[in-house]
Design a protein around this ligand. Sequence first.
Ligand code: HGY
Ligand code: MN
Ligand code: MN
Length: 410
Amino acid sequence: MNPPEVRINPDRLLGDLHRLRGFGACGPGVVRQSLTPIDMESRRWLCERMREAGLEARIDGVGTVFGRSPRPGRALLIGSHTDTQPEGGWLDGAMGVIYGLEVARALAECPHTRDFAVDVASWIDEEGRFFGCLGSHSFCGELSDSAYDATDTEGNILRDALREAGLEGAAIERGDPARYIGYAEAHIEQGPWLEHEGKRIGVVTGIVGSRNLTVSVAGQQNHAGTTPMALRRDAGHALVEFAHRVYETFPEHAGERSVWTIGWMHLHPGFESIVPGSAEMNLQFRDQDVAVLDRLEAHAHALAAEANRQDRAQITVERARPPSIPALMDEGLRGHIETAAQRHASGDWVRMPSAAVHDAQVLARHMPASMMFVPSIGGISHAFEEDTAEEDLVLGCQVFATAAAGMLGA
Ligand code: HGY
Ligand code: MN
Ligand code: MN
């Protein structure tokens, strides 16, 4: 299964990556949250680049940039996202979209593969400013109308943000799974394993599921001086105690690779001389196994019940948004990535799970899906310092292009 020599253009690849980086550059990182003006500016640029690559490109009604190949026959769909976290790295998502663009160009330039169809997508809002993996959910017909009422942390409503972005009434791109042989996504690993193992390519076997809970506490706002400690119903104390119990007891209920994170805490009203009357925090946890996720979610509720029996502040635990569901990658597509990795990075590749969530796990519910990783320097991501060695970016794209040709039957 040795596909012909499809050659990427490293200068063109790196040029587009750095041009995209410029939209919202913030030191070495990027701030380009979905549907903001800078994000829409970058989408218009990407749309133009897709058209120059011969794709019929447009920005759809939820903000996904979609480039459809005019070539006949079933296509390979390649995608990722170009929106970032509120403090994001320059490669998270962006690399996979520009890889898709470069693969479409490289296959079109190779006599053996010029008639293959490659569609390329930048899915809107993978990072969940409003709704995690919004674009891939929409493309796959999984988006309910209520999603348009989703809000960001400042209370902006998705429906309004789409109108302000000039997308109101624009047609929604709906994927027809019959058009595709499958989906492929390249991404930075965002973790330390490839670097730790001394490998340059990760062939993804499966993607974790993630659950996001909101923990809310109702106490009694009061005077920080005159209220005796024994009489307080201090929501802040109850929340911090709950958080402590999570870190103390989750390991007993977790799987080998489970992770959990408290990303934010709010105490109300948040002044030094007022005992907090209410408080809330998020609790996110991830694992490849739904049974483990169920166990951890049940334990979070058990911790709240245990705390409430002390009849101080009252704790409630509820889902902040629908869970993201674990997914296994397609073995056939994975085999093409492995063949390409063996060809261009013999001995430097490894199979591995994804501890990050990705649009690929949404597409995997509708067609065969695959993912490939390149290393993250220091394993850092979702931070301005996120980076990948240039030679790994170039090698990754070459492996991905050869794999794509193989998937399409070269
Ligand atoms: O959080 C994630 O795993 C993804 O990077 N949004
Ligand atoms: Mn991310
Ligand atoms: Mn990402």
